[in-house]
Design a protein around this ligand. Structure first.
Ligand code: TXA
Ligand code: MG
Length: 357
């Protein structure tokens, strides 16, 4: 059983945090506690990655399955190399770090024994990320250790992009939240396995496959799980990124995802009508372009189809907003799965109870 603790909230300057303002959080992390903090992607739930009992608390607080590994966040390339177990992977880490760090890219590398089995869920690899957010960077630098951090949501819920989201999910279960306001990218980092060549994209995110290709000169292999909804480990094709096995990002209200690369209001209306005749209270979650047409059903907007990065930034907030309404079902309009749209569609496919292709 997890004993209830008071969750403190510390406001900080998100652009240029005073080191002094991070003192209470550092104090708690050194004592083995849990602190949520802003990154450019989503809020993370941090613990000292070199303290196994602190790391164990993360799994408890989130209700996270123990076979799902955590990312080790670092504040420098040197700190990343302290966990690297295979010197042959140094050049590719250096090359990708030069292009994308600090930033929303996690590199899965062969690990050494400095990082414990709890962080890596017993795998012989570890995910490394150097976040760009000034608060995250300063926090790790001051701690002087890698910071193990999953997204700061209850397991299965949409990731938090505001401190309020963290409070709703984890109040009383963690020691504190550093309030740095909203996250700019809004979707989690891209997870790239660099133990293979070409590297394997395990989770699409803030860094697109197109940008990775431009940096390393070859197309990354996209893991088959990226395009599907929930993934089963069928033995023959083991799940490379254990996080892919679990339901994720889902509001409590069931979502019906309509995959369409163009704004197609007629099709959405036809599908909504069909559910409506079954007596269901229907909501729509559509792009701004489609919303502009006007519907007889209550409509939430996800942002402009013409600017998918704006859809990414607001996606988790609007998925949480769905549960504040009283819908039995929400019909969601898909977007084109390229660029950042690949990450948006990956999250929507995994959040959806039903997919209409
Ligand atoms: O943007 C982000 O990555 C955020 C912020 C807080 O940095 N963190 C985040 O962590 O999204 P989490 O734990 O929610 O997702 C990490 C993903 C999971 O799908 C996990 O399975 C995968 O990365 N992962 C971590 N270590 C791995 C490893 N060694 N091999 C394969 N996949 C790994
Ligand atoms: Mg997560």
């Amino acid at each position: 059983m997890l004993s209830r603790t008071e969750t403190k909230v510390w406001p900080v300057d998100a652009v240029a945090p005073f080191p002094h303002d991070l003192d209470p959080a550092i104090h708690i992390l050194r004592a083995g506690g849990l602190v949520a903090f802003p990154t450019e992607t989503v809020y993370g739930l941090g613990a000292d990655a070199l303290n196994p009992s602190a790391v164990a608390r993360i799994f408890q607080a989130k209700g996270r399955p123990p076979d799902n590994p955590l990312i080790a966040h670092v504040s420098s390339l040197d700190m990343a190399f302290t966990l690297l177990g295979d010197a042959e992977q140094r050049p590719i880490v250096e090359q990708l770090a030069a292009a994308f760090w600090p930033g929303p890219l996690t590199l899965v590398v062969t690990r050494n024994e400095r990082i414990g089995d709890l962080v890596t869920a017993g795998l012989d690899t570890v995910g490394l990320r150097l976040p760009a957010h000034p608060v995250a960077a300063e926090l790790i630098r001051l701690l002087g250790h890698p910071l193990a951090a999953p997204s700061a949501n209850r397991s299965g819920r949409p990731s938090p992009t505001l401190p309020e989201h963290v409070l709703v999910d984890l109040e009383g279960r963690i020691d504190g939240i550093i309030d740095g306001g909203p996250c700019s990218v809004g979707l989690e980092s891209t997870v790239l396995d660099v133990t293979q060549w070409p590297p394997i994209l395990l989770r699409p995110g803030g860094v697109t496959p197109e940008a990775l290709r431009a940096a390393i000169g070859v197309a990354v292999t996209v893991d088959r799980n990226v395009h599907t909804s929930r993934v089963e480990d069928d033995g023959a094709n083991p799940v490379r990124s254990p996080g892919m096995k679990y339901a994720h990002y889902a509001p409590k209200t069931p979502l019906v995802l309509v995959e369409t690369e163009i704004a197609d209001a007629d099709r959405l209306v036809a599908i909504a009508q069909q559910y409506y005749t079954e007596g269901k209270r229907i909501g729509l979650l559509v792009t701004d372009e489609t919303a502009a047409i006007g519907f007889e059903f209550p409509t939430l907007r996800m942002g402009p189809r013409s600017q998918p990065d704006m859809i990414a930034t607001g996606l988790f907030s609007v998925l949480r907003a769905v549960d504040l309404e009283t819908f039995d079902l929400v019909i969601v309009e898909g977007i084109e799965a390229s660029g950042i749209g690949l990450a948006v569609m990956n999250r929507l496919r995994r959040a959806a109870a039903t997919r209409i292709v």
